[in-house]
Ligand binder design. Sequence first.
Ligand SMILES: [Zn+2]
Length: 339
Amino acid sequence: MKAFDLLEATLGHEMTPGESWQDDMNLWQWLDDGILRVEPLKPADSRNCDRAIVLSCGIHGNETAPIELLVAMAKQLSETPRRLQARVLFILGNPKAVVNGSRFVDENLNRLFSPQYKQAKPQNPEQRRASDLMRAIDEFFSLAAPHQRRVHYDLHTAIRDSKHPFFAVYPHSPEGFSRNAVARLQAADVDTVLLSHAPASTFSHYSHCYHQAEAFTVELGKVKPFGGNDMSKLEPLKRLLEAMLYGLWPTPQLDEQRIKLFRVTRAIHRQHQEFSLSFADDLANFSRFKKGQQLAQDGNEEIVAEHDGEAIVFPNRKVAVGQRALLTVIQSAPSILTD
Ligand SMILES: [Zn+2]
């Protein structure tokens, strides 16, 4: 089979939705623009494989490293067919924004993964795409047998510098945060994990909340144009994903000395028109403050750090009144994890 290029196939509209083909071992199906399912060819193998894995990239169109990674993985599988241990869904999230080289066209796609957007009439390209992607996820996981593991890694790169360039966001998880799942991230050199305190409308939260998937938003360094990424840094992640696709299920031990877990202490919402953050616009995520140090000025209210070591993530002073301007987090001991 000729090498399959996920990016070219998506942007060039080379394929027809529903088109399928096969190699010696696997069945490939192009479900829609940028949505590719690959599964073992024999129905018996497909039922017996114990994993259903979603790998997504390009939810933000200018975040190229994850796109290059998944394009390479799909290409390798097409050139050298291997027996999959998983049903796999490859997703290139926002093709229109990829063409533009922009984060999004009209609206941040990663705030739209909420069931309401499956029903409502879409107002822009991102709302339409969110609806299509949620339906693709619903169908993919609904075809999974009850015993199949469900996994979704939504891969990104960050706009802002970070004290910890590789980090993951663990979606809100009332049933607890899994030690084994965090150990797998650590095997991919993602050794900082932000434990979410509340539901969100992100892609990974959707898979975690509605399909009980082991799901993460994974941030892989800083945003760069195509060709500008140091892909060698993504090798550990690639090895982990290949083990999930082709090998024994990875069950690494958690290195408690090295893992950095942060739990959210406060979500600070802008309350007034007069609002400013008390630190530089380019301050890195996970920068720490001392107790009493000012974080923001909101009208007459001075917002200060409440603990030594309280750190900031995802600050944005330009949000509308009522919206979240930053999160504060504090490091947690590994004993916060369950399993
Ligand atoms: Zn992103």
